[in-house]
Design a protein around this ligand. Sequence first.
Ligand code: SF4
Length: 611
Amino acid sequence: MPNGYMGKILWVNLTDGTFKEEDLPEEIYRQYLGGIGLATKLIYENLPPKTDALTPESVFGFFPGLLTGTVAPLTGRFMVAGKSPLTKTWGDSNCGGYFGPEIKKCGYDAILIKGMAESPKYITIIEDNNQILDASDLWGLDAVQTEDKLKEKYGRVQIASIGQSGEKLSLISGIVNDKARLAGRSGFGAIMGSKKLKAIVLKGAKKIEVADNNALIQHTKEYNEGINNATVGGIEGYRTLGTTMGNEILFKIGDTPCKNWGGTKEDFPPEKLSKISGVEIDKYKQKPYGCFSCPVRCGAIMKVPEANLEETHRPEYETCASFGHLLLNDDLMSIFKANDLCNRAGIDTISAGATIAFAIECYENNLISKDDTDGLELTWGNSEAIITLLNKMINREGFGDLLADGSKIAAEKLGKGSEYAMHSMGQELGMHSPKYYKNMGTTFAFDPTPGRHTTASLDFFVMGPIIKPNGLFEGITLPRKFKRPGDDRSEAEKLFTAIMQFTHSIGLCEFAYVFQKYPLLELIKAVVGWDLTIEEAIKTGRRIQTLRQAFTLREGIDIIKNRIPERTVTVDYLEDYKGYCEKMGWNPETAYPLKETLTDLNLDFVIKDLF
Ligand code: SF4
């Protein structure tokens, strides 16, 4: 077993209540690293094609990154992965906090779950004692109550759980850890709910062996000094306001959508915009906090007496945009409330806000009336109605039940309004406009897990040091003309996709891309001892992305035929995608990886599935 790894993964079968440990060979670690990399390999091989994601046969798991659990800066993150019940494609969701490192401390490089319990259960993995226990007294509690109750019983443990939305199989529900960190996208809360798995409780004391502790400490110290000494720019902004520093500026530059993606700046004028700014939100801050091993600490605990919230968490930019700008809602207290409700219920804030935007537009255009909405007057910016409707969605009550699986399914059930459902294959679009970040259209439409702003959107991150030669990672320089359509841009998209999948496999937070130069390969060498080259890193990233792609294609999904709503995009994203496919070694007409590409990436086992 290489340094940095625990050398085994844990399988939990909820049908027969058994645990099984499995050793992984070093070659698998070297080819897939950890996090999203291990996830693609293990899920692809263990989840039979076209399995309904909400059945006992469905497999999903938790995958800490290669560096997760070490002191390497910003690497405390983990992936939840499996088949998305929402989009029916490959699904993954990245999350921070302290749950990921605890998986390693328990002695595992991944925890995979299959089967289905007959009654509510929770799993404990506590100091080498693994159990599946009755959760009937937890079922019905929100995620914060669940965490409190389990901590009362077990003390200092790390917990991932579902709230009411996951229990009620909402397809836009997620998994909550650290009371407010949500693996929100792809619908994994519904998978846990379908398996009647309320929570996973972890406590371990295993040590991660590292190859060169002095080098690890030295690189970490140097990086953290750079962060701690920063007084201007992105780092300081993140540290003070978190992602809410984008609430005003991103709208002003034309990135943040408003009025269900159909509005203009005049619809949300400066006097409204300023009411939900990061600075306004910051007035309620009690103390900052961050994920494991992060010197930036972009999260914050808030106290908001006006919203009856004694202790809550700072809403992220995405939440402010989906419950603010998108709904033309300038009532900050309602955004605090919506954020708190979503965190507790374990429902994705982007999808929840965007689905309410869909309902409002249907109402405003007389497709539905008060007869349909349980009497709610669903007008733009009606914050009281927004919160009432959110509560109904969480509890699947009345009109809320119709919306609880997102806007695509709501439009299908209504039999009208699909033109107002702003999604890609069922996943509501992240709160960043492809009209501003042009490459976002390609990502929203064609990434193996569609609709996501966090997967390989080149333009989104070019505000950071990556635009300078060797500016972010040593050895990576974007091609000169990457901003204009053409060969350089396609090459840059391939490169950036590969980097992103690679960094997700080591557990690195994406925000690192906008801070300062990151000692990527040096840290891997210090922890594992491998002399990884940047070329191998890029090839590994391509391998992971190609396997994510193969998973979605194996489901019978013709991803290249997917389209995103016209009002969200201006560029020819299909042409853009074809150029990217060529660079990835995929057929630009079908988006299928070429056989020689699969062989080159050591993915021969995929050939029989796709050809
Ligand atoms: S920057 Fe924020 S999200 Fe990223 S690791 Fe640090 S605290 Fe977590």
